[in-house]
Design a protein around this ligand. Structure first.
Ligand code: NDP
Ligand code: MG
Length: 377
């Protein structure tokens, strides 16, 4: 097996390489945005034929550093798309944010199967992506732990459709707090996730629960579900990774330790289940599992995402891109924690709605939502 890994220097990217190392999976290409120190190390270890750095300012430096090696060095968004169309068994898209959309579409255009961590792709351009994948017979296997769980729960279902998807949320570091208590949250507090060690953006999204809003839309797209068929429940222990309910009332869940190498490996090696570096789950060590309803008044990103998926069109793209811009501002200490949700909600109200967006509309919506946030904070 030979794979392309986009975003190999990130949290999911590094864990993907752990899986590749453990099972001798060959790497055809790697990419980073700016972390060329780590990218160079990865190239020297895995010896891919291609490498890309998407931030063009690092291109010459990377090319110089790798001048002793036989490797093709690419750059920019076009560079990522060139990697995505290489002949390979699977493209792992572990890029963060909307920048993952064009590489996903490029991979689909040549029929490359995709292991997808980049949930923003399915939120911002979901209908376009799923339609194109269907046309080309491309399989999109989710890496996101909840969606991997749902995918696994459906494997034995045959022709039976689920009646409901039960999407679990850890609730993040601020679960149970009031809006008043969230007013002065710092980025250090927001980055302290109780159960998962992840990249910065998805960690902030978990704190605002935007992550679950994005995952709600991701589940609608991946499993062709109606929004009314998805129930979000807060499960603080992150052991039960999601479930499906069938017409007869049977509920099938997937449980495992909170380690992304399990869903990453599943996406790469299924139908084979190989030994994994992750710790095995001990239910007696966990003890009790708890389930609660989320508080959408406090976590208003969640209600924005639900509203956006009901609206359809470019609305999911609006909330996704407004959120990306707002999270960056929060990171630069320019806005408070609660303003992230406020900006996402007001962008959904004010940015131009397009009912049946083309790819060009989705790309323009990205800029419109970013501009809206930058001029309204
Ligand atoms: P990280 O921030 O850790 O890594 C992101 C990767 O994308 C890095 O390789 C980074 O390069 C690269 N990158 C950053 N900006 C750009 C850009 N503009 N264009 C192209 N590449 C870019 O993120 P995670 O690994 O945490 O998350 C990746 C995706 O997986 C996200 O969509 C996230 O929601 C999803 N996900 C993550 C989980 C996790 O446990 N981490 C769990 C489930 C889903 P560089 O290192 O050079 O900055
Ligand atoms: Mg998840």
């Amino acid at each position: 097996m030979e794979i392309v890994v986009l975003g190999s220097t990130g949290s999911i990217g590094k864990q993907t390489l752990d899986v590749c190392r453990a099972h001798n999976i060959k790497i055809k290409a790697l990419s980073a945005h700016s972390n060329i120190d780590l990218l160079e190390k990865q190239v020297r270890e895995f010896l891919p034929e291609y490498v890309a750095v998407s931030d063009e300012t690092y291109y010459s430096e990377l090319k110089n550093r790798l001048s002793d090696m036989k490797i093709k060095v690419l750059t920019g968004s076009d560079g990522l798309c060139e990697l995505a169309v290489l002949h390979c068994d699977k493209v792992v898209n572990a890029v963060v944010g909307m920048s993952g959309l064009l590489p996903t579409l490029a991979a689909i255009s040549v029929g490359n199967n995709i292991a997808l961590a980049n949930k923003e792709t399915l939120v911002a351009g979901g209908e376009l992506v799923m339609t194109a994948a269907k046309e080309k017979g491309v399989e999109i296997t989710p890496i996101d732990s909840e969606h991997s769980a749902i995918y696994q729960c459906l494997l034995g279902a045959g022709k039976n459709r689920f009646s409901k998807i039960i999407l679990t949320a850890s609730g993040g570091p601020f679960y149970g707090k009031s809006r008043k208590e969230l007013e002065n949250i710092t980025k250090e507090q927001a980055l302290d996730h109780p159960n998962w060690k992840m990249g910065v953006k998805v960690t902030i999204d978990s704190a605002t629960m935007m992550n679950k809003g994005l995952e709600f839309i991701e589940a609608v797209r991946l499993f062709n579900a109606l929004p009314s068929q998805i129930e979000i429940i807060v499960h603080r222990q992150s052991v039960f990774h999601s479930a499906v309910e069938f017409e007869d009332g049977a509920v099938i869940a997937q449980l495992a330790s909170a380690d992304m190498r399990i869903p990453i490996q599943f996406a790469l090696t299924y139908p084979e289940r190989l030994s994994c570096l992750a710790k095995k789950l001990s239910l007696t060590d966990v003890g009790a599992l708890t389930f609660e309803k989320p508080d959408e008044d406090v976590f208003d990103c969640l209600s924005a995402a639900k509203k956006a998926v009901e609206m359809g069109g470019n609305a999911p793209c609006i909330i996704n891109c407004a959120n990306e811009a707002a999270v960056s501002l929060f990171f630069e200490d320019k806005i408070g924690f609660l303003q992230i949700g406020e900006l996402v909600n007001s962008a959904l109200r004010d940015v131009k709605y397009i009912k049946e967006p083309l790819l060009s509309d989705i790309i323009n919506t990205r800029y419109a939502a970013e501009e809206y946030v930058l001029s309204n904070f």
